[in-house]
Each structure stands twice: as C-alpha cells, then as structure tokens.
Design a protein around this ligand. Structure first.
Ligand code: AMP
Ligand code: MG
Length: 415
C-alpha cells in the first residue's frame, strides 16, 4: 500500500521526539558552576533566590526632603532641616517632630521619617528651613524595604536562560557563581559524494556543503555545543565510522542520504551501528524523508539533503528536542497566529511549511507574508524571509487578512 497514509503525521513525529528527549534528559543531565560573567546563554540548573530584601532598606524614590506626614497634616508647614543623606551614605540621622532631612534618590530613609516630598514642591526660606505643602500621603516617594522581593524568594527559576536582564537580576542578589546545565553536545555530519568543504572550489559535478554551516548556526542559537563531524562520502564503511564517533554526542545530526536512492545508506549504517529507528518519513513538505532514532546515550536525526528540507526538518523536530534537553520552560515549538499579507496557495497531501517573512503592518501589528520559492533546494529564496507558515493537508488557499499559523525559528521570549 502507498499514499499519504504511510506517512507519520508531523505532530506525532514531534511527540515521539519530545518523549525520547525527555527520557534522555531524565538521566540526570550534568551541570557545572560558572562565574556569572561567563554564563551568558547558559540555562540555569538551580533556583536563584534573593539574598536579602529588595530594596534592602526603605529607599528614597525622589530627591527631596524626608519628613513625618503627621507634621504636615494640617497644611503647608515650615520644617527645620537637620541634615542631609545621599545615596550610599550611612549617616545615622533621626527626623524628630517638626524636622526634615534633605534626601537624594536611592538613599535610605532616616529613622523617624515616613514620607518624602519632592524637592520641586518645596522652597527654602533660609538654610535651616524648608517649606513644604501639606497634607501629604504617608509613605509618598518611599519604596518600603522588601517591596520588590523578600529574602529567600525565587528571582530566577531553574530553566531560565541567563541573558541580559536575567543576568542583571542574578547580579542584584549576589549570585556571581551559578549552576548551569551543560549544553547538549551535538555532532553534525553531512553525507554526499558530491559535497566539498565551503573553502574549496567545487568541480563541475560538485556542490558546496552548505548544510553543515546552516546547522552550526541554528544549533548555536539553540544553545548546543556543536561538534564538527565533517563530510562523508556515500560509502558504507566511511559512513559507519563517522556515525560511530558521532554517537558519543548527546545528539547526532546527519544531513543527506535518507531518501530512496541507491546511495541513500544512512538508515542502514545507523542500524548497523545499533541505532533504533523510531520513524523514517513524515507527512511534511518539505522534509518528508526525515529519520529519527535513538540509542542508549542519545538521539539521532537524519535530515534530508536538500537545504530547505534539512532546515525545515531541523526547525520542526530538532529544535523541540534541544529545548527539552535544556529543560527550557517554554513551548517546544513556537507557533503563533498572524494575519496574512497577500495570498497563500492551497495545500495538497502533506503538512506544508511555506517560506514566509514577518512584516510590520501600518498599525505596528505583526503580520506575515508568503514568499514563493522554487522548492526544497531554493535556500536563497527562503533565506530572504525569516519564518514558515504551516498549513495542514487539504487546507484551502488563504487570503489577505486571514489568520495563518506561523512557526517562529527561535524563542521570541527570553531575555
Ligand atoms: P540527498 O538527500 O542526499 O539525496 O540530497 C538531496 C539534494 O540535496 C542533492 O541535490 C544534494 O546535492 C543536496 N545536498 C545534500 N547534502 C547537502 C549539503 N550538505 N549542502 C547542500 N546541499 C546538499
Ligand atoms: Mg546524498
């Protein structure tokens, strides 16, 4: 029997990948300690808690005068200025009845005071006095101790990526050494007797190995440690040897050699090396011949050789595996619905990923435009865009303004 019924639906394939990745991640994924300065892009493997209340003292939010709200309850009042406290100063001042202290933003509120009046609302009849309006709301312009977080409260949960503002939050609680998850190690092997390294000049029947470069960039952006498995010719012994080495990594990614041609030997080579094939061929366009397997120590992806097919299969299947391995608390796949600008053709028998470009509409609303291509080899056209529109088998054409389902290539949410 043949036909679309033979092909595994995309979401079933993603489920199989995610389950296999979860099993692998469960076997206590290693962690290491890093200086916070070296930890950018790493995934936290511990909850980081506040080491003290924040703010750590009742803090001035304005430049002005610290006073007691009760003293100005009756209306405008002139108070005696008994000192000054700047940010970082720990002078020990007390504000008594009828008194005020000049205070700068970020300074601790002196004992006795409960309120700050902005300097712009005051006047100075002489050096020793300040006239302030009244009444004032008690607590005005004061950030009470512990208002943002309390000592011991989690400020960044395990699974967060250490990036700009998160790194700052860790710094603010003194987490200058952090425990992070060791990045998954991913070996990339490209197969094909027609391939030459990108530094070489291809002969008449040769092409440059662009897929390895694509995968490196994709994997680095997904926080993997990439190992270069090189190019192997379509030859059984060489392929098996390269695979054997690549199986040391947590994830082995191969490109090419998984279609139905007589030189497509990757599946047989993997099986000879003890890899259990969990699926081969998915109802996806492009990327149908994609293969997925596992062995005791890791996962194996056999991506098609066509550059766009390899990229789509990588985004749809490999991306989720890496997010699960990193235990990143975000969706394994980033699908969002966006309005279509222009038209989108109808879909035939396979779930289709249409090359697309995110665009910003007149009203600043995010939208998406389909970008026609010549097919799964046309990486130049796809690279001009930045995302894919996903449609299901049998879906009718879509029109301008219709909501369509877009796969974002990387997480849009972390910082
Ligand atoms: P395959 O899946 O091995 O049959 O390859 C399908 C098509 O993709 C062929 O035209 C290959 O030449 C091309 N191709 C395979 N591997 C690569 C690669 N690493 N970089 C660029 N194109 C490739
Ligand atoms: Mg090939």
């Amino acid at each position: 029997m043949s036909g679309p019924g033979d092909l595994l639906p995309v979401d079933d394939a993603v489920d199989i990948v995610i389950r296999a990745a979860q099993e692998l991640a469960r076997n206590s994924w290693p962690t290491r300690q890093l200086s916070l300065w070296d930890a950018s892009g790493f995934i936290l493997a511990e909850d980081i808690c506040a080491d003290r209340d924040q703010p750590p003292f009742d803090r001035a939010m304005m430049d002005g005068f610290a006073l007691r709200a009760a003293d100005v309850a009756a209306g405008p009042t002139t108070l005696r200025v008994v000192g000054e406290v700047a940010a970082g100063s720990d002078v020990d001042l007390t504000v008594g009845e009828g008194e005020a202290v000049a205070i700068m933003t970020g300074a601790p509120l002196p004992r006795g005071a409960d309120t700050i009046v902005m300097v712009e609302r005051t006047s100075r009849p002489d050096d020793g006095h300040v006239s302030v309006p009244g009444p004032l709301e008690r607590g005005d312009n004061v950030a009470p101790r512990g208002q943002e977080v309390r000592e011991g409260q989690v400020v960044a949960a395990s699974g967060r990526v250490v990036e700009s503002l998160t790194a700052g939050v860790l710094a603010s609680v003194g987490a200058h050494r952090v425990t992070v998850r060791v990045r998954p190690r991913v070996t990339v092997i490209t197969t094909g007797s027609e391939l030459v390294p990108i530094e070489a000049t291809p002969g008449p029947a040769q092409i440059r190995d662009s897929n390895r470069r694509t995968m490196f960039a994709f994997l680095e952006r997904e926080w993997a440690r990439v190992v270069d498995g090189g190019i192997v010719a379509d030859e059984m012994n060489a392929t098996r040897m390269a695979i054997r080495e690549g199986l040391d990594s947590d994830v082995l990614v191969l490109s090419g050699g998984v279609s139905a041609g007589s030189y497509d030997i990757v599946r047989a080579a993997l099986e000879e090396e003890g890899v259990e094939i969990l699926f081969h061929k998915v109802r996806i366009k492009p990327g149908k011949p994609v293969l997925f397997g596992r062995h005791a120590g890791g996962l194996v992806f056999g991506l098609p050789g066509n550059p766009v097919s390899a990229f789509v299969a990588g985004l749809v299947l490999l991306g989720p595996a890496l997010r699960v391995l990193g235990r990143r608390p975000e969706p394994a796949s980033w699908y969002v619905r966006l309005p279509l600008v222009g038209e989108l053709p109808a879909t035939a028998g396979r779930t289709t990923f249409h090359a697309a470009e995110l665009v910003r509409g007149d009203d600043d609303q995010l939208a998406v435009r389909y970008r026609p291509t010549l097919g799964s080899a046309d990486q130049v056209a796809v690279a001009r865009g930045n995302s894919f529109i996903r449609t299901e088998p049998g879906a009718p054409a879509a029109r301008d303004g219709d909501l369509v389902r877009v796969l974002l290539p990387h997480s849009p949410v972390s910082w």
